[in-house]
Design a protein around this ligand. Structure first.
Ligand code: AMP
Ligand code: FE
Ligand code: FE
Ligand code: ZN
Length: 281
């Protein structure tokens, strides 16, 4: 099994990178990618924990915004972790997440919701990429809401009056950064309409021109119809098709390996990186 999209405590997952690698080993996964939001801080510990036959793909999920304000997630895999332009872009995005969180909290407090930045910081592991899931966890800890999912349904989704966007590169910029760092770019859950506004089919032409390598087709937030549309876009534009779990530990229902990538598709994708960077024990 090849799972190319997972999260750890370095962003909004609940397993540490070492726990994630151990889980993948226990489940007999062949290949695991670690793709925390806007961060690569889990790479070292995941690499150190690696053993047996498991292959590790180091990556990140870059938060992007189109010029129209549509939120897009770009998976960067197999890029050079020392590339300064990419590292700088990730750092800028992370830095902007604190003022953004403060704004969301201000809006909620104005409506009488008793939540503070201290509550959010108490709900997240030290050094993690701060995101809405941590705000959700803080609301749960204060018994304002029952679960992370309910927090998103009621208060934190992209259409909510409390939602605030944060600085992010455009999808085209993210693809160029990833490719310039030698990696491959796969657009994550592009048609997950349940999460909010999505791209149009015609948008993929520009992404392909910028160097997009693949599309995440099989993902639990995409309906069969959405997956079929993506499948036809991928075959029209000669893009690799992937499937993955987007595992977040206990933070979400997604279980490790619930969607996987075909070995032949992975082989094609891996060959598009500028060097062999899959980590083995
Ligand atoms: P942020 O990066 O702070 O905007 O938060 C985005 C993250 O929130 C995503 O990567 C998901 O992990 C999580 N998320 C987004 N929408 C939902 C949802 N409807 N239910 C649960 N989690 C969600
Ligand atoms: Fe997440
Ligand atoms: Fe995502
Ligand atoms: Zn993800």
């Amino acid at each position: 099994m090849i799972d190319l999209h997972t999260h750890t405590t370095v962003s909004d997952g609940t397993d540490t990178p070492a726990q994630l690698v151990n889980k993948a080993l226990a489940q007999g996964l062949e290949t695991l990618a670690i793709t925390d939001h806007d961060a690569i801080a889990g790479w070292t510990s995941a690499t150190q924990t690696l053993r047996g036959n498991l292959k590790l793909v180091l990556g990140a999920e870059i938060s992007c915004l189109t010029h129209e304000g549509i939120s897009v997630h770009m998976l960067g895999l197999l890029f050079d972790g020392a590339n300064s332009a990419l590292l700088e872009a990730l750092e800028n995005t992370r830095d902007e997440r604190l003022p953004r969180m403060r704004k969301m909290i201000e809006l909620m407090r104005a409506d009488g919701i008793d939540i503070s930045i201290t509550d959010v910081e108490a709900a997240m592991p030290a050094g993690a990429t701060m995101g809405r899931p941590h705000l959700a966890d803080a609301l749960v800890a204060k018994k304002i809401i029952q679960t992370r999912d309910e927090a998103f349904q009621e208060l934190l989704n992209n259409e909510s009056k409390y939602y605030v966007a944060h600085f992010a590169p455009t999808p085209v910029e993210a693809i160029k950064l990833i490719r310039a760092a030698g990696g491959v770019a796969v657009i994550a859950h592009p048609f997950a309409s349940m999460r909010g506004q999505i791209l149009q089919s015609s948008d993929f032409i520009d992404l392909k021109a910028a160097g997009l390598n693949g599309i995440e087709v099989n993902h639990r937030d995409q309906s069969n119809e959405e997956r079929l549309s993506l499948l036809s876009i991928a075959s029209d534009l000669d893009l690799v098709m992937t499937g993955s779990s987007d595992y977040h530990g206990t933070g979400k229902l997604n279980s490790l390996g619930e969607n996987v990538t075909d070995p032949a598709e992975w082989e094609r994708l891996e060959a598009m990186a500028d060097a062999r960077r899959v980590v083995t024990a």
